[in-house]
Design a protein around this ligand. Structure first.
Ligand code: AMP
Ligand code: MG
Ligand code: MG
Length: 271
């Protein structure tokens, strides 16, 4: 049975709002990019109440020293990541937190929850890429998500591509905290989610790692490619970046610019 949200019956008992921060450099790509902050905010699907928050800093393995640009962008200090956990542990800790925070949800055997992010990058690209690259298993609830941009447009309109801060303000809310601090981004995304729920919009899954039935069948995995194409049939290079020029007759045929033969040894399949 659907839960009565603020203004709309929602299909989920809880929304888990996530916003990853990752290693970065100015005006260039870093490879492999790694998650350095793993925050989540739990929102009750029936009441719109923020129930609990989670955060772990994550120690990057390949580029352990954060660039000055990254520290200034995210507000994350070198000592934060030096004292952080690895991604696998962060996923376990997050899962433990989630189980405990949702344990009081009646006497249901299973809780219906959905991950919410601003955009598709967090689940489709960043987490998926890093887990594949490092051979880390992640909970299946990260394999589908709600890109809040979609219900935001339904609730507040606006044709342009607004960023999270602009969207929060367009919803009549003040921005709280520091932009690009993962936990503050997640909290503001959660506040925006609640504002959208109050507008009477039904919040539904917008993205998934599973290709739709009509998607092209991609060829057997090559060392530099991922094994699925995403909704649009777009190839993803194993570096996690969309490889738009790489689909022909339903098959991936090339890696993206990040990949070169010399990097072959860095790639491998985790499944
Ligand atoms: P966000 O959730 O918008 O704070 O961004 C997530 C991640 O994207 C950041 O932790 C960075 O790794 C990357 N990122 C965001 N903005 C920039 C930028 N202007 N230049 C380089 N990387 C960025
Ligand atoms: Mg983000
Ligand atoms: Mg952020």
């Amino acid at each position: 049975m659907a839960a009565r949200g603020q203004g709309q019956l929602q299909d989920f008992d809880f929304f888990v709002v996530v916003d990853f921060e990752a290693t970065c450099v100015k005006d260039a790509r870093i490879f492999p990019q790694e998650i350095i902050e793993f925050p989540a905010v739990l929102v009750d699907g029936a009441t719109g109440r923020m129930e609990s928050a989670f955060r772990r800093y994550v120690r990057p393995k390949h580029h352990p020293l954060l660039t000055q640009f990254c520290r200034e962008l995210t507000g994350i200090r070198q000592e934060d990541v030096d004292g952080g956990v690895d991604l696998g542990e962060a996923l376990w800790l997050h899962d433990d937190w989630l189980k405990e925070a949702t344990a009081g949800a009646g006497n249901k055997r299973s809780v219906r929850l959905a991950v919410v992010t601003w955009g598709d990058w967090d689940c489709r690209t960043m987490l998926e890429f890093e887990c594949r690259f490092k051979g880390i298993e992640k909970p299946s609830y990260f394999d589908q998500w709600i890109n809040l941009r979609v219900p935001f447009q339904a609730a507040f309109g606006g044709g342009g591509r607004v960023n999270l801060q602009e969207a929060v303000r367009a919803a009549g809310l003040d921005w709280e905290g520091r932009l690009h601090c993962g936990l503050d981004d997640a909290l503001n995304t959660a506040r925006l989610l609640v504002a959208i729920m109050r507008r009477g919009v039904k919040i539904t899954i917008t993205g998934s790692l599973a290709p739709p039935l009509s998607a092209p069948i991609l060829q057997q995995p090559q060392p530099h490619m991922s094994s699925y194409g995403g909704y649009s049939g777009t190839c993803l290079c194993y570096c996690g970046l969309a490889n738009r020029g790489g689909v022909m007759q339903g098959k991936c045929f090339s890696g993206c610019a990040n990949w070169g033969p010399a990097m072959g040894a860095q790639f491998g399949w985790s499944n």
